[in-house]
Structure formats: structure tokens, C-alpha cells
Design a protein around this ligand. Sequence first.
Ligand SMILES: Cc1cc2nc3c(=O)[nH]c(=O)nc-3n(C[C@H](O)[C@H](O)[C@H](O)COP(=O)(O)OP(=O)(O)OC[C@H]3O[C@@H](n4cnc5c(N)ncnc54)[C@H](O)[C@@H]3O)c2cc1C
Length: 351
Amino acid sequence: MTNEVVVAGGGFSGLGAALKLDRKGHDVTLVDEDGSHEFIPGIIDRIRGRKDEDVNILELDEFLEDTAVDLREESVTRFVPEEDVVETSKGRINYDDLVVALGGVTFEPFELGDGVEKFYKEEDAERVVSRLDSGDSVVIVGGGYVGIELAGELAESDHDVTVVDAATRPMSNSRDEVSRKVVDYMNDSGIAFRGDKRVEEAHEDMVIFEDGTSEEGDLVVWAGGISANPVVQECFDCGRQGMPVNNGLASTDHDNVYGLGDCADTGQIKTAHNAMTQAGVVAENVDRSGSEELEQLSEEKKIIDLSLGDTGLFIFGDRSYKNPVFRYLKDVVRFQYFVRIRLERLAAKYL
Ligand SMILES: Cc1cc2nc3c(=O)[nH]c(=O)nc-3n(C[C@H](O)[C@H](O)[C@H](O)COP(=O)(O)OP(=O)(O)OC[C@H]3O[C@@H](n4cnc5c(N)ncnc54)[C@H](O)[C@@H]3O)c2cc1C
């Protein structure tokens, strides 16, 4: 059966789902607030100018031209699942099925002071670079993959970097072996790590820890994790992990609503890789009639390609490998991604 499907969000999960649903013959409306699709893992390459700005961005109006996907450059302000309606900055859109793919935002456990930077979008990377002079000191809050990648790039560009974290080791969500390799890299590159330090206040030039001590820097960057998009949290009454969904990515509360990517509590780690895989599962399940069993998410394999300045650490399941070749693998992955999404667009257009 052909349905009117609204896909909210044109990122990794939303764009993938929209193209697949279009190909399956559904009437798809894609709502994205800025009309561009960003390859977020690539923003790290803007710090040292390794790549041009354009390399990470797809303008959705051009990209979707000639497909049947109806792009609406509007901001989603509210979901009203009881009425099958999405409210946007420009009006109301009705749907038969809704795919919620609004992604995440930086997790802020308290209000950050003015001038504290974040690192989530291309524009954040540009601002961080524009505010630094050679030799400046930077305090990065968060020793997860976002904070560590940024630390590496800033250290390689002559900045004095300190990473602080409430955990006792960097990359604390990974195995000890990964943390050890990252610590070795940080020691070799002169990046300081202060673990077991929970930040209570973050200001433009200083963070204050709960034990009353502090760390000063010319710039403070907050990389303390992510949180589901606030519109999703509010409308689906959920916490920072996002909209509750079952293993077929259908909402646990509304039959015709699906959630995926960084705004849904899928039980998987929140990566672009998983968001893309989830897009396939959602497209398949929207296409099935009510009585059919939902396709299930398959077990995830942890895959992270972490840049460490001029080298890289590839984490695959329980194993990890450090080698400069994995720094270049990031370029290959981006290239492969854009080829893949263009092929999906061609399939939507011609098949
Ligand atoms: C610095 C950084 C580095 C990363 N590196 C990696 C990596 O190396 N490998 C990896 O696999 N993952 C990486 N990730 C994680 C990855 O980027 C995310 O998991 C992925 O982007 C999630 O996809 P998504 O579709 O859920 O959300 P997104 O890709 O963020 O897409 C959300 C979309 O929704 C739109 N939107 C938001 N709010 C609204 C609204 N109110 N109305 C309309 N539209 C809206 C946005 O414009 C955006 O287009 C990284 C993340 C960060 C921040």
C-alpha cells in the first residue's frame, strides 16, 4: 500500500530512509530545517583545513531534484502523534506514517557560560578555528571520540590541549586497551588528560570541577556527549536517549511512528554507521502492512575510526588497530558514503 510518509530530519538516517521509501513508491515529504545534509564525521578535517567546507555538505534541494521526494525546508516545532500531524515553522503536515530522524544536540547537564564552544556542526569547527591563535591553550571537556579527535587536531596545530573528564580514562565507553592506546598517543603529542574530574561550571576561559579546583584555558570546548533532539524529548516524553522504540524501530506508543538515529533509544551506539543501517530497517517496516512482522535490527558491531592527529585508531568489535592508514580511511569512508547516497538517489529516480 502506498502511504503518505513524513520524514523529519535530513541527516544520515532521515535522508537514507526518505530515498528508500521513495523507491518503494511511497509519497515522501522530507522536512529539514536548513535544507542541507552534513557529513558530521568529516568536520574534524576543517580544524587544520585538511578539506574544503563543501566536502561535507550536500544541498538537499539540488540533490533531490528529479526524485519524487518533496523537500520542505522548515523547522519541526511539534509532533502531534494523536492527530497524525507534524507542526512546522510554516504550518501543519498530515501523515499516514511518520519517521522521526531529527538527530541529536550537544548534551549540556547545566547551562554553559557565554563563549563556551561546542563541536557538533561545521559552523562550530569554523568558530573554534577562528577564535584560536597559535600557541593558545584549549580545555576540552569530554574524553569521548569527539573530544579526543578534536584534541588531536588542535595539538597538531600548535595548541596546548588539556582534556578533562569525569571518567578516569579517555574513551571510557570502550575497552581498556583502546584507552591505553589513546593515552599513549596523548602522551606522545603533549596532550594532558585530567580524569576523575567532574565539571560543575564551564566558562569562556575556565572550567570549575566539583572538588572546587579548576582548569584555565584561552578557549573551552564542551564535548560532553549528545542528547536526543529537544523537540523529540518533549513530544515523545522521553529522556536524552530519545524516543523509545522496539527492535523494529517502531515507537512503543504509536503504531505508525518510527524513530531512528541519534534521536531514538535504539539500544545501539549513536553513530552515523548505525543511523544508516537503521534507515534500511525503517524503510522496510513502513512498507509492511500492519499484520506483517517487523524486520528486526541486527546485532551491531562496534565500528569506530578515530582520528588521532596524523594517525588513526580503528576499533572493530573487541579489537583495535593504530596506524596512520586509518587517518586516511576516514577520507575513504566519506567518499564511499557520498557515492552510496548518490547511488540511492539514482535508484529512487530511475528504479
Ligand atoms: C564531531 C562528531 C564526529 C562524529 N564522528 C563520527 C564518526 O567518525 N563515525 C560515525 O559513525 N559517527 C560519528 N558521529 C556521530 C554521527 O554524526 C551521528 O550519529 C549521526 O549524524 C546521526 O545521524 P542522524 O540522522 O540521527 O542525525 P543527523 O545526521 O544529525 O541529522 C539530523 C537532521 O535533522 C535536522 N533537524 C534537526 N532539528 C530539526 C528540526 N527541528 N526541524 C527540522 N529539521 C531538523 C538537521 O538539520 C539534520 O539534517 C560524530 C558526531 C559528531 C558530533
